[in-house]
Design a protein around this ligand. Structure first.
Ligand SMILES: NC(=O)c1ccc[n+]([C@@H]2O[C@H](COP(=O)([O-])OP(=O)(O)OC[C@H]3O[C@@H](n4cnc5c(N)ncnc54)[C@H](OP(=O)(O)O)[C@@H]3O)[C@@H](O)[C@H]2O)c1
Length: 261
């Protein structure tokens, strides 16, 4: 048996599709090609978000889009290319029809005991300049619309200095401090704009290098805990939760002990 829709019914279906599209929550994930960002992108799709995803490895972005063509919006974006960030994010958000949540997961870290400045500079360009450019754009956007949620993946590493990867630890300290600054900057929007600082310990991704790893969380578990923190609008969260202990110890440990670890 065949049913045919009248022109009016067709118009109505189209109208409801548009309304449905614009009422869905929208999230942008910066650095969604792998690791924590990718796992969060997949979780947010399950949570019925429309998502915008960025990164440099375009093929990996396209793979996620192929599975959900109507709800995933893709933009190749290198966060070191500061002059293109604002234009790219505006284009992506236009396609998505708005923005409620942005997660900055793009980050790099390198061991650099010999203090090669090229390496340090690369880390600074991504974790400081790129991060700041994206975070500032997001906060300006949220202030204009009057609400929004910024999440950044910093690290437990940001609590103290480190001699093997000095720029990684220092840039994560910068992020932690900057996020606190943004929270103060948006104090007039206290109940409507949230800034969440996610501080992972070790998570099982390409980034977790070296042999002296412990308490390594599976990436799915880390993403699930981050999602819970987002729903609860937490300001600071350690992932996995047991890393809170290490975070507290790091804060109080004397330098004479720290330099021997
Ligand atoms: N894994 C851990 O143990 C751990 C612990 C503490 C904190 N973190 C933090 O968690 C965040 C995510 O890392 P991960 O563990 O998920 O590692 P990952 O799998 O290496 O993911 C890093 C992401 O950052 C993106 N990215 C790197 N440089 C970029 C650039 N110049 N422009 C745009 N995107 C860039 C990568 O995309 P493309 O390469 O495609 O550009 C990738 O999607 C990082 O900020 C990291 O510092 C991780």
């Amino acid at each position: 048996m065949f049913f045919s829709l009248s022109e009016n019914q067709n118009v109505n279906i189209h109208y409801y599709q548009i309304v449905y599209f614009y009422t869905m929550k929208k999230a942008l994930i910066i650095g969604a090609t792998s690791g924590i960002g990718k796992a969060l992108a997949e979780l947010l799709l399950q949570e019925k978000f429309n998502i915008g995803i960025t990164g440099r490895r375009e093929k990996l972005l396209d793979t996620l889009k192929e599975k959900n063509p109507d709800r995933v919006f893709v933009k190749r974006m290198d966060v070191q290319d500061l002059s293109k960030i604002e234009v790219s994010l505006n284009e992506l958000v236009d396609q998505m029809g708005g923005l409620d949540l942005i997660i900055i997961s793009a980050g790099i870290g390198e061991e650099n005991k010999d203090l090669n400045f090229e390496i340090e500079n690369d880390v600074i360009k991504t974790n400081v300049q790129g991060f700041t450019c994206v975070a500032d754009w997001a906060m300006r956007y949220f202030k204009v619309q009057g609400h929004g949620h910024l999440v950044n993946i910093s690290s437990i590493a940001g609590i103290r200095g480190n001699g093997i990867a000095p720029s990684y630890y220092a840039t994560k300290a910068y992020q932690i401090n900057y996020l606190e600054g943004l929270r103060i900057n948006a104090k007039d929007f206290e109940s409507s704009i949230t800034v969440t600082d996610v501080r992972p310990g070790f998570v099982d991704t390409a980034m977790a290098k070296g042999e002296a790893l412990f308490w390594v969380a599976p990436v799915e578990k880390a993403a699930q805990q981050i999602l819970t923190a987002i729903k609860e609008k937490k300001e600071v969260v350690c992932v996995s939760r047991r890393w809170r202990v290490i975070g507290t110890l790091l804060k109080i440990i004397p330098f004479s002990i720290l330099k021997r670890i």
